[in-house]
Design a protein around this ligand. Structure first.
Ligand SMILES: Cc1ncc(COP(=O)(O)O)c(C=O)c1O
Length: 395
């Protein structure tokens, strides 16, 4: 059986990590894979997570199955975190999933079941796994215009124009904040216009919010999503605790459905449970237990918020530091980096320049020109800028 298979293509981001690990140069720099790193280049367990983990360890009495829906308490907290005090909460239900990836897949399966002919519109470019996940569920993917390579910002007019082609029943996948891979987010005004379009054209918004708290703050990052959720009849949301709780390997996330009514949302949840049953059955518990314990405890929650704030501030200050380092070399072409949000920025560097950065300087970034801002270190910003300017001048 297996000999009938051809080798699977290498994952470009994961193979970059292997190449980085094998690189023996002491001054190498990893701006590739999307995990948060602190000033020491580490991805530590957050203190609030450690404290919560101890509580879970001390009090957990069973490892029996958690049930198809996962932890009800966790699901409620996820809905609160994402929807805040928006009225949409009254008609929202949640399913604990193995990361946002699990939520994306379960919701994709749900779309396929509810509207088999639905097209899913994703941004050009989008998170590297969006298209494969949607297509694995049997859905057809279309792309809407998004990133403007000239301004390095979102071309909102072009985005809205391409979504004029979305039909009633189609699904439009949006990034809640901190767009991956570009770092360029849509304005609140665009959220308002998209809401109007969804109402008029009858498409269903599907929001992937994997970096809440990494952009402008926990509440600000969800403002567009909340505005939309309050006004559209139906919305799908995939959310993650990988980044803002640093729980990457615990596979912790949620699928949220906002329905026309609570009963309507529950109809969707019933199908999600059935889909989960035939996929992985029950979600892993540990990460969700940690998050639920943090969010149920005022002190732990305050500690988590302050740690999240440190991460957000570090990303901001690295963005400003990098732009200033370019200014110090009289280069004003990278100012857009300070306007981007979250962990990533699309630099616009060419494949040749990216290859030269890796081969000649030991600087690793994804082939599409995305850099992970969290991979930067304050004291090495000038070194990075010099390397970038060298490869640009050479070209
Ligand atoms: C936009 C986006 N969505 C979803 C995910 C998947 O997150 P998780 O680790 O929770 O599965 C990622 C991870 O990088 C992401 O960037």
């Amino acid at each position: 059986m297996l000999s009938t298979l051809t080798p699977a293509p290498l994952d470009p981001i994961l193979s970059l990590t292997v190449a980085f690990r094998e690189d023996q140069r002491a001054n190498k720099m990893d701006l590739g894979i999307g995990v948060y790193k602190d000033e020491h280049g580490a991805t530590p367990v957050m203190a609030a997570v450690k404290a919560s983990q101890e509580q879970v360890f001390a009090t957990q009495e069973t490892k029996a199955y958690v049930g198809l829906v996962g932890r009800e308490g966790f699901n409620r907290f996820m809905i609160d975190l994402v929807l805040g005090d928006s009225a949409a909460k009254e008609r929202a239900v949640g399913l604990q999933t193995p990361g946002a990836s699990g939520a994306l897949r379960m919701l994709a399966d749900l779309i396929r079941r509810a509207t088999p002919s639905a097209k899913v519109w994703i941004s050009n470019p989008s998170y590297v796994n969006h298209q494969p996940v949607m297509e694995s569920a049997g859905l057809v993917v279309e792309k809407y215009d998004y990133f403007d390579p000239e301004t390095k910002q979102v071309n909102e007019a072009a985005m809205l124009a391409s979504l004029e082609h979305a039909s009633a029943g189609d699904v439009v996948l949006l990034h809640g904040c901190c767009h991956n891979p570009t770092g360029a987010d849509i304005s609140f005004d665009a959220w308002q216009q998209l809401t109007e379009m969804a109402l008029q054209r009858g498409f269903v918004p599907f929001v992937d919010i994997a970096y809440q708290g990494f952009g402008d703050g926990l509440e600000q990052d969800a403002a567009g999503l909340r505005y939309m959720a309050e006004r559209v009849p139906e919305m799908l949301i995939a959310t993650s605790c990988s980044k803002n709780f640093g729980l990457y390997r615990e596979r912790t996330g949620a699928a949220i459905i906002v329905g026309k009514t609570l009963d309507n949302a529950r109809l969707g949840l019933g199908r999600l449970l059935q889909l989960a049953r035939s996929t992985y059955t029950m979600p892993p518990d540990h990460g969700a237990a940690i998050v639920e314990t943090i969010l149920a405890d005022d002190q732990l929650k305050a500690q988590w918020l302050s740690e999240l704030n440190v991460m957000q501030q570090r990303l901001r200050s690295l963005r400003e530091g990098l732009v200033n380092a370019f200014h110090a070399r009289d280069c004003f072409d990278f100012d857009f980096i300070a306007q981007h949000k979250g962990m990533f920025s699309h630099t616009g560097l060419t494949v040749e320049q990216i290859d030269a950065l890796r081969d000649e300087h030991g600087i690793y970034m994804v082939g599409d020109g995305r850099i992970n801002i969290a991979g930067l270190q304050e004291e090495r910003l000038a070194e990075l800028v010099d390397a970038i300017l060298q490869v640009i001048q050479k070209a």
